[in-house]
Design a protein around this ligand. Structure first.
Ligand code: ADP
Length: 676
């Protein structure tokens, strides 16, 4: 049947030459589309023909067809599956990140191995024309196809090699399709079978499926169905190989190169790159689209981005998936589950598109600041690659080799025009940024380049210009951040703690006060449940051990105690501030101030033991950034500390402690120990 016959018969075509439907019929004919999409569009055009062009639905229909025609149904970028080139590109575009690069390359190697292993198909049919047709269609899809004209020949071929899939006719000479299946399964149990027949009955179908056939297709074969079925079987096979975690998830604080590594992967493989932010997304329809029955219906963002990039095999980054929301409008995370599942994503259904679209060629990469917040099933689909905060040394090298040259160029200056000295760069990093990554640093470098551009144009400077500490201050104003030690006054009842947050390590101050009252423990500063429990544990420990700690056992009688952690608008939680709170209270009650050059982190038990904490790299680097020289950590963390980079271990003096008493010794200013 010629499905395009309608172009000529279309009644409006005789009246006017520029009927938009004619044009669309022509486009549908010429565009590379899978059969199911073409059939759907022809049906839609047929519907529009019967409609008055003035009705709103007509316009909606035209827009729909336009959108469908611009989707990359069959368009792919030519992929460059060269692992060495990928490695070289990642190295050239990113400094350091050795463990990240290694894991990315390993992951890509597995994908390449799975994808490049030829999928071997044996077609068996005693009808030469059918045999030839099926062979032609499957070879066109680039499968490795062999043919046999009867069961005996097929078994002979199996003696020489194994096939992943057999497409066989049911009724053939001496050996039927079912018999062939039974005999092949003995030699090669994993080979899949598609049985085709012109005499399809429910009984034979049930029999074939019972005996292990994967699919049963009636003749004459619909070639599109055959293609689709084979692709499904191939996908299933690849999933078995790739198994769990076939999607990469880059986890870590902002600005540490997650997006940029994703872009490099696309660059290395010659694929397009798409980045879609998931932050604040709480409507399922934003991802999956609205049904066309809604006024103003639109496709979801996944399909819109694919349309924009124009190919169906981009590297697609789903950014900040941990920030995805959930409310009465559905659960976008469930759409993500489908999108990231290789078993399901080859027929992804966007409600606007209304027919399945194959996402299996897309390489999805996700990013998250905190993976702890992700639902289990989603975590299961992904291989988590942690990115960690940069040290001062790494920041300097990246700035020198990547950020500064890039910004100088972006601002129309010459690389030789601006020369940052070591001290200049350090004061820029320490005085104007406080972050785990490099975003603010890049922004500040851009700021300097903009100012310099203006000065150069006004001819107020001779080039090349050296940027030292003084120039940084002259251009950017006084430093935004000063070392905490200089800021903090030494006062009993105040301690400095180290916490891990999803934007990197941070320092916090715990403040305590005691006043007349009736034994209330007041806690403020948006403290979460776990943090509140830590505070209660700390207070109970001190009350029960007051005498050993040299405190008045009745300190709580007739008094209230208030614990406050400033930055009240930022919610805080987690157990690692336990020791910081305990020391703040001991300091308050003993009147001995805590050393202002020391920060603490550790979970406290009711018996006064310190339990290990996580995020040590981030915490130590945060202490260094804040100008804190000494860090007290649980002894049980010794092993984790030993494996940290040397630069991190040397960023501060690390003191290990296993009990509150030891921490008291090391952190409070005792008579004769003047705070530095
Ligand atoms: P994220 O996606 O983790 O928030 P980005 O990828 O946007 O971070 O990185 C912020 C900036 O820092 C980008 O300009 C990026 O190129 C740069 N950058 C980060 N890490 C590196 C690195 N290791 N080498 C070179 N540039 C880097």
């Amino acid at each position: 049947m010629n499905i395009f016959k309608k172009t000529k018969e279309h009644p409006a075509a005789e009246q006017t030459e520029t009927n938009p439907l004619d044009e669309l019929y022509q486009k549908v004919k010429e565009t590379l589309l899978p059969d199911h999409a073409r059939e759907n569009l022809i049906k839609e055009l047929g519907r529009l023909e019967k409609m008055e062009p003035t009705v709103a639905e007509y316009g909606i229909g035209i827009n729909y067809i336009d959108f469908m025609l611009t989707l990359p149904w069959e368009k792919m970028s030519d992929e460059n599956l060269d692992l060495e080139r990928a490695e070289a590109t990642l190295d050239a575009e990113h400094m350091g990140l050795a463990h990240v690069k290694e894991r990315v390359i390993e992951h890509l190697a597995t994908n390449i191995m799975c994808n490049s292993k030829p999928f071997k198909i044996l077609v068996v049919d005693d009808e030469p024309i059918a045999l030839e047709n099926i062979e032609y269609v499957l070879k066109k899809e680039r499968y490795d196809v062999s043919i046999a004209s009867n069961g005996e020949e097929a078994l002979d071929l199996f003696e020489q090699q194994l096939f992943d899939l057999v497409v066989t006719d049911l009724k053939m000479g001496n050996i039927s399709g079912i018999e062939l299946l039974e005999r092949v399964k003995q030699i090669s149990p994993h080979t899949r079978f598609i049985i085709t027949t012109g005499y399809a009955t429910v009984e034979t179908a049930v029999d074939a499926l019972k005996k292990g056939a994967t699919h049963y297709l009636p003749k004459p074969l619909k070639l599109d169905t055959l293609r689709q079925t084979v692709k499904e079987i191939l996908n299933q096979k690849q999933n078995v190989h790739q198994g769990r975690g076939s999607v990469l998830c880059f986890a870590g604080p902002p600005g540490i190169g997650k997006t940029s590594v994703g872009r490099s992967i696309a660059h290395a493989f010659g694929r397009e790159f798409v980045c879609l932010s998931m932050a604040g997304l709480n409507d399922e329809a934003e991802l999956r689209g609205h049904r066309r029955t809604y006024v103003g219906a639109m496709p979801g963002r996944i399909m819109s981005e694919l349309q924009r990039c124009g190919v169906k095999n981009p590297v697609f980054m789903l950014d900040e998936i941990d920030k995805i929301g959930q409310d009465f409008r559905g659960d976008p995370a469930s759409v993500l589950l489908e999108v990231l599942d290789p078993q399901q994503n080859h027929h992804f259904l966007d409600y606007y598109v209304d027919i399945p679209f194959d996402l299996s060629q897309v390489m999805f990469i996700t990013t998250a600041n905190a993976v702890e917040r992700l639902p289990g099933p989603l975590l299961d689909r992904m291989e988590i690659i942690p990115f960690s905060s940069y040290t001062m040394g790494e920041k300097k090298s990246i700035a020198r080799d990547y950020l500064i040259p890039r910004q100088i160029e972006a601002h129309g200056l010459n690389k030789a025009d601006l020369v940052f000295t070591e001290k200049g760069l350090e004061s820029l990093i320490q005085g104007y940024t406080r972050e785990a990554g490099l975003r603010s640093l890049e922004r500040e470098v851009a700021h300097i380049c903009r100012k310099m551009g203006r000065i150069i144009l006004k001819k107020e400077v001779t080039l090349p210009k050296t940027i030292d500490t003084d120039e940084v201050t002259a251009l950017l104003g006084p430093p935004k951040f000063v070392a905490e030690t200089r800021e903090l006054r030494v006062k009993p009842g105040v301690t400095t703690g180290l916490v891990w947050t999803e934007v990197g390590g941070q320092i916090i101050h715990v403040e305590t006060a005691r006043m007349k009252g009736s034994q209330n423990l007041i806690m403020t500063g948006s403290l979460g449940e776990i943090l509140k429990e830590s505070a209660q544990t700390a207070l109970s420990f001190i009350r029960s051990n007051a005498e050993q700690l040299g405190l008045d056992p009745d300190f709580f009688n007739g008094h209230d105690i208030h614990i406050h952690i400033p930055a009240g608008s930022v919610p805080k939680d987690g157990p690692s501030a336990g020791i910081t709170i305990a020391i703040a209270l001991i300091s308050l009650l003993s009147g001995k101030p805590a050393r202002n050059d020391t920060a603490l982190s550790g979970e406290l038990t009711l018996s006064g033991q310190l339990l290990p904490v996580s995020g040590l790299r981030e915490k130590i680097l945060a202490a260094q950034q804040a100008g804190i020289r000494r860090v007290i950590l649980p002894l049980k963390n010794e092993g984790t500390i030993q494996v940290l980079d040397r630069e991190v271990r040397e960023a501060a003096e690390i003191i290990l402690a296993d009990t509150v008493e030891r921490v008291v010794e090391q952190s409070l200013v005792h008579t004769g120990t003047a705070p530095t």
